[in-house]
Design a protein around this ligand. Structure first.
Ligand code: G
Ligand code: G
Ligand code: MN
Ligand code: NA
Length: 253
């Protein structure tokens, strides 16, 4: 995958698509939201976002790609709302580059207006690492998101370098426990310790907790027992296209 291939994909509109992974309430297993995850299929091959997002960040294409993701997401959300399909909170991943070098909050608000979607429906996810360079632009974007009731989620928590004092100051709505810790539940004592301590800390700071990468029943049980609010992972559903998500939601009723 190269910059030029990505350029081509963004202009053609048939290689890139959005997948959605459900998030469920830890105690009731009711669907509370979905995370939006981009997918790229080029010449019959899937290219992982773990590969092409960093390329797009280095080339600056992430700004345009990020706009495309926001526009497509809100278009999809508007369609679901028109058809009375309830998916809950919709979480969009925003790259550090986009948050620190573009008017992403302003653009998101414009898109919400354009598609007539209330801001309360949307959460944005960014990693701890995003917070390392504290630019004025980043601060402006975060302030504008907060002022307009767009939820903020810290992704991959525990794998980056966010100081606890900044975490406190940030007043994020959600903390997402990274899947590397969730994987160790029932197996690695230090991972369980990190998970339970993270949940307790997040609660103390008034954040709700989402566990990622929940694959087996024991993990779900442990997380619920330790006060984790929401669960996400292959144990419930893989990320899937909108049409598949609609079928999945219908079957759970
Ligand atoms: O979906 P998957 O697990 O393959 O994603 C791999 C990585 O790519 C994850 O770190 C995820 O956050 C990131 N990613 C997936 N979709 C998006 C997206 O729409 N925007 C951004 N900025 N990152 C994404
Ligand atoms: O960095 P971020 O948390 O946004 O990345 C989410 C990534 O994790 C997505 O690419 C998604 O496909 C992947 N993912 C989601 N649930 C699971 C899971 O249960 N197990 C594994 N191994 N990966 C998962
Ligand atoms: Mn994420
Ligand atoms: Na994550």
């Amino acid at each position: 995958a190269t910059q030029r291939h990505l350029e081509e994909a963004m202009s053609q509109d048939d290689q890139l698509s959005l997948f959605f992974q459900p998030q469920v309430h830890a105690r009731t297993n009711q669907v509370v939201g979905v995370e939006v995850l981009i997918r790229w299929r080029r010449l019959g091959e899937w290219i992982s976002p773990a590969v092409f997002i960093p390329i797009a960040e280095d080339s600056g294409q992430i700004i345009e790609l990020g706009r495309w993701i926001i526009d497509r997401t809100l278009s999809q959300v508007a369609d679901w709302r028109a058809r009375n399909i309830e998916v809950g909170k919709v979480s969009i991943n925003i790259s550090a580059v986009q948050l620190s070098n573009s008017e992403v909050a302003y653009e998101l608000l414009n898109a919400l207006k354009h598609y007539n979607v209330p801001s309360e429906v949307i959460a944005i996810e960014f990693t701890e690492t995003t917070l390392m360079v504290r630019s004025a632009q980043l601060a402006r974007n975060l302030a504008m998101l907060r002022a307009n009731n767009i939820s903020i989620a810290i992704d991959d928590f525990g794998t980056g370098y966010c100081s606890l004092s900044y975490l406190k100051e940030l007043e994020a709505n959600y903390l997402k426990i990274d899947q590397s810790f969730v994987r160790g539940i029932g197996d690695i004592e230090s991972d369980e310790c990190i998970v339970s301590a993270t949940i307790a800390m997040a609660k103390g700071l008034n954040m709700e907790v989402i566990a990622e990468g929940v694959e087996i029943e024991y993990q779900a049980q442990y997380l619920a027992e330790h006060g984790c609010d929401y669960l996400q992972g292959y144990g419930f559903a893989r990320p899937m296209p909108a049409a598949d998500l609609e079928v999945w939601l219908e079957q759970r009723k």
